[in-house]
Design a protein around this ligand. Structure first.
Ligand code: 1PR
Length: 548
């Protein structure tokens, strides 16, 4: 089997990249020290997280001169995400840490005054009609980043670089660069479905480098130009609530207002199917992400044997879109009495194929402490520790709010909305109370307080459920989503209540949500993800189509 070398350092979910490479018929050899670099013919530098963290780690171990020499010797090199950023001279993210300086210039931050940051989702890599590692104009690629190199026409081209761009809001940025033996992508090709596998193949086979600068077969000369229109698609996410049923099998289940037991007298746990099979089906239907929420407590199971780890390992060999895992991510004590930190649990999940972890109950507790300590942070919460190690984009906070109706705007200290759906006594106002332990315990904290606290701690995204709407098939809670969107800059995923494709259109049309998630309607086979996307497309919304 042909071989490619991968630099091994703390870089988040490297497993997906390995899975993608193996799927393409190549074998991965690890580079574990700078002395291994000269053995590499083809070298890949993966990277997620902080520019400074990655670059200083690479520098400390002495990798930088070895990587530079590999590139100068003309051997194939590919950088992914921070692996692209590393090629530049620096980044405002960590101004004191220098990059490799292969490309002139420094990275800036996305402007968050009019859009969510980080930039998360599927966007273009537009080559302006030039051939570049099999990137295609109609394909979409998965990006997740806060910092970017702004694209100025001709700037990199005059240094001999071929450039592919993406546009987010009004900002056009470098999505990929290539020159000679070097190829680097800001997006994650290993998470970009078939389009991503195609561009990795172009690197591995050498065809990508060989075709640089050559005309594309069948292309009309000069017909294609760089497209500066916002290319970010509407993200549709499939969510799998997973738990052990009464027979001890791990199954996909789904509740109504979080009650996952059948209404019949035996009250058994609803069993809708097998998690790995469902995830693959959703991937093939075009889901932009798959989320697993482990809603069972695994108190009697050693942490290292968590069944969700195996589910992730299996899923990540066939599903090449981002995977999120939630449930039980907090400091805990193992069955043998050993203390295990939330960061250690998250690390196990990342190593098993997760791209993001989702924190529920622990985030609420941390937010309560944050306010009780006068909004001060000490770096010790799970959110802070995991985002410091793996980047903000790797930490999702899952919120489980429920409505509390009040008769007057000033009847509570909480952030209140005027509702079009009055309460049982005709109340025209409500606030959304956060809950923990799967909705079993309601806390004196509203969603706005929680959202702002976890944003300050470094969460990269909110998964905004709604207990009142869960399993109702009656559409998303638009009032809740609008309230939270107005309170934070980080992306929000609308969840709970989707019952048909129209509900997805409605939430994208009437709120500024960044993504929308469905569960029951997909599990019960009422609609497929593809039907939702076809419907959104018909209504003029930009979506990513699955490429088979
Ligand atoms: O608190 O960090 O251990 O995380 C537990 C996680 O498990 C939380 O993310 C919490 O939302 C989730 N969870 C706990 N209990 C339940 C339950 O249902 N009994 N599921 C549960 C929450 C809500 C969504 C659902 C949407 C869309 N599930 O996952 O997918 O509401 O459903 P729909 O489209 O069918 O309406 P921690």
């Amino acid at each position: 089997m042909p071989t490619v070398h991968l630099i091994d350092y703390v870089a988040g979910n490297i497993r997906s990249l390995v899975n993608a490479i193996e799927k393409l018929g190549y074998q991965v050899d690890w580079v574990r020290s700078p002395e291994d670099v000269p053995k590499a013919e083809k070298l890949i530098l993966p990277g997620v997280g902080h520019f400074g963290h990655c670059l200083s780690q690479l520098a400390q171990v002495g990798y930088l001169p070895a990587i530079k020499k590999h590139i100068q010797d003309g051997k194939p090199f590919m950088g992914v995400c921070v692996g692209l950023q590393a090629l530049f001279e620096g980044s405002v993210e960590d101004p004191d840490v220098p990059g490799l300086g292969i490309i002139k210039g420094s990275l800036g931050r996305f402007d968050d005054s009019t859009k969510s940051v980080p930039h998360i989702g599927w966007n273009s890599a537009n080559t302006g009609g030039e051939p570049m590692y099999d990137l295609r104009p109609d394909s979409k690629y998965y990006y997740v980043h806060t910092y970017k190199f702004p694209y100025i026409k001709g700037e990199l081209e005059s240094q001999g670089w071929a450039v592919a761009t993406g546009t987010y809001g009004s900002e056009t940025f470098v999505g990929a660069v290539a020159k000679g033996n070097v190829y680097a992508t800001q997006f994650h090709p290993e998470k970009s479905g078939v389009a991503g596998l195609r561009t990795i193949r172009a690197f591995l086979t050498g065809n990508g480098a060989a075709s640089l600068g050559k005309p594309i077969d069948g292309a009309v000369d000069g017909a294609a130009t760089v497209d500066f229109k916002d290319g970010l698609t509407r993200r549709v996410i499939a969510c799998l609530d997973v738990r052990t049923n009464d027979e001890g099998d791990l199954v996909v289940t789904k509740g109504d207002q979080y009650d996952v037991r059948e209404k019949s007298s035996d009250r058994s746990v609803r069993n809708l199917g097998k998690p790995v099979e469902f995830a693959r089906r959703y991937y093939e239907d075009g889901a932009d992400e798959v989320t697993f929420l482990n809603i069972t407590s695994f108190r009697d199971c050693p942490i290292a044997d968590l069944p969700m780890l195996e589910i992730l390992r299996q899923t990540s060999t066939t599903v090449f879109v981002p995977l999120t895992i939630g449930g039980g991510i907090r400091d805990t004590v193992d069955t043998d009495g050993t203390k295990v930190t939330a960061l250690e649990i998250a690390t196990m999940y990342f190593k098993s194929g997760a791209d993001k972890v989702s924190i529920g109950s622990d985030a609420v507790i941390a937010a309560e402490e944050y306010y009780s300590l006068g909004r001060r942070l000490f770096g010790n919460t799970a959110i802070e520790q995991i985002s410091r190690a793996y980047g903000n984009q790797a930490v999702v906070v899952s919120v489980d709010p429920k409505r509390v109706y009040v008769p007057k705007l000033d009847a509570t200290r909480h952030n209140v909305v005027t509702t079009r759906f009055p309460g049982p006594k005709g109340e025209a106002y409500c606030w959304y109370a956060c809950t923990i332990k799967g909705g079993r315990e309601t806390r004196d904290m509203d969603v706005v307080e929680l959202a702002q606290a976890v944003e300050a701690m470094g969460a990269g995204e909110l998964l905004l459920n709604c207990i009142d709407k869960d399993g109702s098939n009656s559409g998303f809670d638009l009032e809740l989503i609008s309230q939270v969107k107005a309170a934070v800059k980080i992306p929000v995923i609308a969840s709970s209540g989707a019952g048909n494709p129209g509900h997805f259109e409605e939430v994208f049309d009437k709120t500024t949500t960044d993504a929308a998630l469905g569960a029951g309607m997909f599990h019960r086979g009422e609609y497929t993800v593809k039907q939702v996307k076809d419907y959104l497309k018909e209504k003029g919304l930009l979506v990513r189509q699955f490429e088979g």
